[in-house]
Design a protein around this ligand. Structure first.
Ligand code: PMP
Length: 373
């Protein structure tokens, strides 16, 4: 059987990783400024993470959500404390799209409405509801008509206000930092005004922190730079450092009831162990501070390079904007300089390294980038 061919692939077979480095079948070492798309938060094969996962794998990998799983309870406690959302509740699922799908459902159940405000160039995933709130021409038109969606420009408060004034909106969904859309940060003032507007009209504010969350921006969640508190926060990617796990952090204004949401695999024992180990490492190694510090260093140094038009982003979620398409540059970085990076649109190179990136590794990246510029 062959693979269903939906991904353009680099012909490199990565077989192992350590910290901020990955290795192919030939043993060639690559500096990883991509982190498997913002997934590798605490570094490849972190010894503490690997030990915890291995230990749990020998005990129990999965049972069911019909019995008590105290790993979920402990994870919720830890996450509440570290994220600053102690008074919210946690619902665990397996991916970012699923997190957003459940968030939209909750918003719709809560308000009895079905219109959603998402933003131009947003990306929220590939379930039918999540695809619907994604204004990306590359993604095939949605088949699900549960939600009606409008797409104002990011930071266009007036249009958001006009739509909400119509009275039929159930939710505003917005990324902490737009990832796929080219690393765009919503203005803090815009987020604060939306927060007030949603509260006034009983509209649910969903912050998609799937890519920008878990310390990446230099705060636990990117929206915390704006000092707001959403009604639902969705997360995945960095949460499990490669083990598939996602979740929703849900405000106490939502009342749970049996059957309201559900999942088979969500919150399984191994996923909870992975998510819990990631939080321990983030805390013990001060990785949020590290992301802020090394990210700020990277940004300042990259801004000095005349070939780069603009450096966007926060912490270790950065976009290098070029005048011309960056595809060739990215290929050269990979094949000639052995550095993995991401792309975002045609002109933006996206950096999403593990949060353990050191200043020396950041310097090394800049050195290699300069060689090809
Ligand atoms: N939301 C955002 C902001 C994302 O960047 C992504 C993935 N790129 C998703 C949702 C979807 O996550 P997943 O691929 O885990 O379904």
């Amino acid at each position: 059987m062959k693979l269903f061919d939906v991904y353009p692939l680099f012909d490199i077979n990565i077989v192992s990783g350590k910290g901020c480095y990955t290795y192919d079948t030939e043993g060639t070492e690559y500096l990883d400024l991509y982190g498997g798309h913002a997934v590798i938060s605490v570094g490849h094969t972190h010894p503490y993470y690997t030990e915890k996962l291995t230990e749990q794998a020998h005990k129990l990998i999965f049972y069911s959500n019909s019995v008590i799983n105290d790993l979920q309870i402990k994870l919720a406690e830890k996450l509440g404390r570290i994220s600053g959302y102690d008074d919210y509740s946690l619902f665990l699922i397996n991916s970012g799209a699923e997190a957003n799908e459940n968030a939209l459902k909750l918003a719709s159940f809560h308000t009895g409405k079905k219109k959603v405000i998402a933003f131009r160039k947003a990306f929220h995933g590939r379930t039918s509801a999540a695809v619907k709130v994604t204004d990306n021409p590359k993604i095939v038109a949605p088949i699900n008509d549960t939600f009606e969606v409008v797409f104002p420009e990011l930071n266009d408060f007036e249009t958001v206000e006009q739509e909400i004034n119509k009275g039929d909106v159930c939710a505003v969904i917005i990324e902490g930092i737009q990832g796929v859309g080219g690393i765009q940060i919503p203005n803090p003032g815009f987020l604060q005004k939306i927060r007030q507007l949603c509260t006034r009209h009983g509209v649910v504010l969903i912050l998609d922190e799937v890519q920008s969350g878990y310390g990446r921006s230099g705060k636990f969640f990117a929206h915390q730079h704006a000092g707001i508190r959403p009604d639902i926060i969705t997360m995945a990617k960095g949460m499990g450092n490669g083990f598939p796990v996602g979740g929703l952090i849900i405000s106490p204004m939502f009342t749970p009831s049996y059957g309201l949401l559900g999942t088979t695999f969500g919150g399984n024992h191994l996923a909870c162990t992975a998510a819990s180990a990631v939080l321990d490492i983030i805390e013990n190694e001060n990785l949020i501070e590290n992301a802020a510090r090394v990210g700020s260093y990277l940004k300042t140094e990259l801004e000095k390079l005349p070939q780069i038009k603009e450096v966007r982003g926060e912490g270790l979620m950065l976009g290098l904007v070029f005048e011309q398409p960056s595809t060739e540059l990215r290929k050269k970085l990979l094949y000639e300089q052995k550095v993995f990076t991401g792309a975002s649109g045609t002109n933006v190179i996206r950096l999403l390294p593990p949060l353990i990136l050191t200043t020396q590794q950041a310097e090394e990246f800049i050195k290699r980038l300069k060689k090809i510029l």
